[in-house]
Design a protein around this ligand. Structure first.
Ligand code: COA
Length: 220
């Protein structure tokens, strides 16, 4: 599914369960020691996805340990992103010379828990979501909104090592499968504050992706 959202040059790999063998490097296994079985399985399958991405880039498999802020430390010259949720694990990666930043996020489709939207969306954003929902009630716009902000954060953080709150970005989803996040953190951002992204929604999942350098990929 996720490859539909990615520009040329970005590799991807996804899994819908943890059935395939997903061996860990010793340092990764040590990190997961004592963690719950579900977390260990998701971590391992997502790492296997990430190493398939590296292989597609012609890079050798390496341990992918969390760096500062929890962002995975990709090898030099590579940017990438990882997501996992019930029923889905995925990784994307690209040569840093081609793509400055990548962020992906997957969430189960369906409404957000009560009270969440008011924490993550401004009044303007909520009005926009209400318009989208009125025009197309079958699409889980609020869940997509949440996911798109998380994907934006995953693209932002590795480039800046800076926290970004949900209210530090204004997000506009569009029915054509694209979105734009305009960041306005308290300090002037050290990178271009406009992030373009793409989304898709199936019956069970929403998936969002942000990349610098979309080129001329047609809307989903
Ligand atoms: C970090 C965060 C985005 C992860 O999202 P999530 O839906 O909880 O979990 P996902 O499974 O989709 O993603 C987890 C993966 O994200 C990656 N990740 C974690 N922290 C990250 C960071 N700071 N930067 C980039 N990637 C990060 C990791 O690869 C992690 O998986 P791993 O621990 O197995 O390596 C979320 O927990 C969070 O802190 N959000 C608040 C910040 C935010 O989203 N602000 C919105 C600004 S507009």
């Amino acid at each position: 599914m996720i490859e539909q959202l990615l520009p040329p040059g970005v590799t991807s790999s996804e899994a819908f369960d943890d059935a395939a063998p997903a061996p860990l490097f010793p340092a990764e296994a040590a990190l997961m020691a004592g963690r719950r079985a579900r977390r260990r399985r998701q971590f391992a399958t997502a790492r296997a996805c990430a190493r398939r991405c590296l292989s597609q880039l012609g890079r050798r498999p390496v341990a992918l340990l969390p760096g500062p802020g929890g962002a995975p430390a990709w090898p030099d010259g590579v940017v990438g992103s990882i997501t996992h949720c019930d029923g889905y694990r995925a990784a994307v990666a690209a040569h840093a010379r081609d793509t400055a930043a990548l962020g992906i996020d997957a969430e189960p489709a369906g409404p957000l828990p009560p009270g969440v939207l008011s924490l993550i969306a401004s009044d303007t954003e909520r009005a926009h979501l209400a318009e989208l929902s009125a025009a197309d009630p079958a699409t889980p716009w609020e869940r997509l909104f949440f996911s798109a902000k998380e994907a934006t954060y995953k693209a932002w953080y590795p480039a800046t090592s800076t926290w970004l709150g949900f209210r530090d970005a204004t997000l506009a989803l569009r029915p054509d499968g694209t979105f734009t996040a305009t960041l306005h953190p308290p300090q002037p951002p050290p990178v271009d504050p406009v992030y373009e992204g793409r989304w898709l929604a199936s019956e069970s999942l929403v998936i969002t992706a942000v990349a610098r350098g979309w080129g001329a990929v047609p809307p989903v």
